[in-house]
Design a binder for this molecule. Structure first.
Ligand code: PLP
Length: 392
């Protein structure tokens, strides 16, 4: 009776959201403090003070119609220019305001960019594990997601990417710092990826695009990742302020097309067309202005680092296996049984909400979002210990 694909997507819901909704009900039943909800990547760290101050200033100083009214479809020009200037000054990569499109977060950036570039049957190579919504966004654009393996620490396996390239490959989509593993791709591996894409694009009519999904760019405990446009010309950056500025509910981000892309202007026209097609025109106007004044800032990374250290230390001591996250706010832990969904179900008995990794395209792990209060982590530790004990 209705669009069957949409009914399916609506009914299936994401495994993360499913667990999050379960957690909300459970908290109502037994009390918030008794549920250890590590399901969703909702930042708990406050936005930088400058963000709250700017919200106050804007609402006080700018007349309502100007502040809350429509902006032009790709966003306020002064904000697009601020983004372009920031990219040029911070990363030394040429960028033009005319190639920046303000969006409603990274989800919109992904949906727009994939729709802009894919023709039916085009392939998008994605290192696993990956953010689950990628499959939705690739599919809606008519593309085919091609998963490729990563190495034992979830870093890029450039050889595997090379082997997966076919004449249908249109893009490689990478996410660093990574959700769900916390891996931050090193400069060397990104340069190797850039060299591969350059070599393999040389004889093609359409070059392979590098799509860099970067909502965690500033959330890094190791050397910050190299800016992707610096390693390969045909690059599109998909950014969000959801995580860096703790503004996940405000829905703001951008798509930035490198001026070095072949046919950059036409690509940007396709981005604008895809924004229009999906109804993602004119990102929230108050928050366009807010983020324009807060580029490069982030919430207190120290809080995430302390959470990471506490949880990583306690869990590995208890016998769990995981690699140290280098960025973002996720710990990717090996499930003590092969079936991660069964492990996640068992964890629920201890009021621990852990996302099984099958939703990220690999089996045998769970993801723990540690963007929660320190008190939640401290209270959860006996439950984690009891859970692993239950396997002995
Ligand atoms: N990409 C990745 C890797 C993410 O982790 C997320 C959100 O968790 C998104 C995209 C979507 O971000 P947004 O909330 O800005 O739409």
């Amino acid at each position: 009776m209705f669009n069957s694909k949409m009914v399916r997507l609506g009914r299936e819901r994401s495994a993360i959201r499913e667990l999050y909704e379960y957690g909300s009900l459970r908290k109502a039943e037994i009390g918030e403090e008794n549920v250890f909800d590590f399901s969703i990547g909702n930042p708990n760290v406050a936005p930088p003070a400058a963000v709250s101050e700017e919200i106050c200033r804007l609402t006080r100083d700018i007349p309502p119609q100007a502040l809350h009214g429509y902006t032009s479809a790709p966003g306020l020009f002064e904000v697009r220019r601020a983004v372009a200037d920031y990219i040029q000054n911070k990363f030394g990569a040429p960028m033009s305001a005319d190639l920046v499109y303000m969006t409603c977060g990274a989800s919109a950036s992904l949906a727009i960019a994939l729709s802009a570039i894919l023709e039916a049957g085009d392939e998008v190579i994605v290192p696993v594990p990956y953010f689950p919504e990628y499959s939705v966004f690739v599919e809606q654009a008519g593309g085919v997601l091609v998963p490729v393996c990563t190495d034992e620490k979830f870093h890029l396996d450039v050889g595997a990417i090379g082997a997966a390239i076919t004449e249908k490959t249109r893009a490689v989509l990478v996410n660093s710092p990574n959700n769900p593993t916390g891996a931050v791709y090193a400069e060397g591996e990104m340069r190797a990826l850039g060299a591969l894409l350059k070599a393999r694009s040389a004889l093609r009519e359409k070059p392979i695009l590098l799509l860099a999904d970067e909502p965690y760019r500033e959330l890094c405990y190791v050397a910050p990742p190299i800016f992707p446009m610096s390693v390969y010309e045909n690059t599109v950056v998909l950014y969000s302020f959801s995580k860096s500025l703790s503004l996940a509910g405000e829905r703001v981000g951008y798509v930035a097309v490198s001026p070095a892309c072949s046919e950059a202007e036409e690509l940007f026209a396709a981005v604008c067309g895809a924004g229009r097609y999906h109804g993602y025109v004119c990102a929230p106007s108050l928050f366009q202005r807010v983020v324009g004044s807060a580029l490069g800032l982030s919430g207190d990374l120290g809080e995430y680092r302390r959470n990471r250290d506490l949880l990583y230390g306690a869990l590995t001591e208890a016998g769990y296996e995981c690699t140290v996250p280098e960025g973002a706010f996720y710990l990717f832990v090996k499930s003590p049984e092969a079936d991660a969904a069964a492990f996640s179900e068992r964890a629920k008995r201890y009021e621990l909400l852990l996302v099984p990794s099958d939703t990220f395209g690999v089996s045998g792990y769970v993801r723990i979002s540690y963007c929660v209060s320190r008190a939640t982590i401290e209270r959860s530790l006996p439950a984690f210990r009891a859970l692993i004990e239950s396997y002995r």
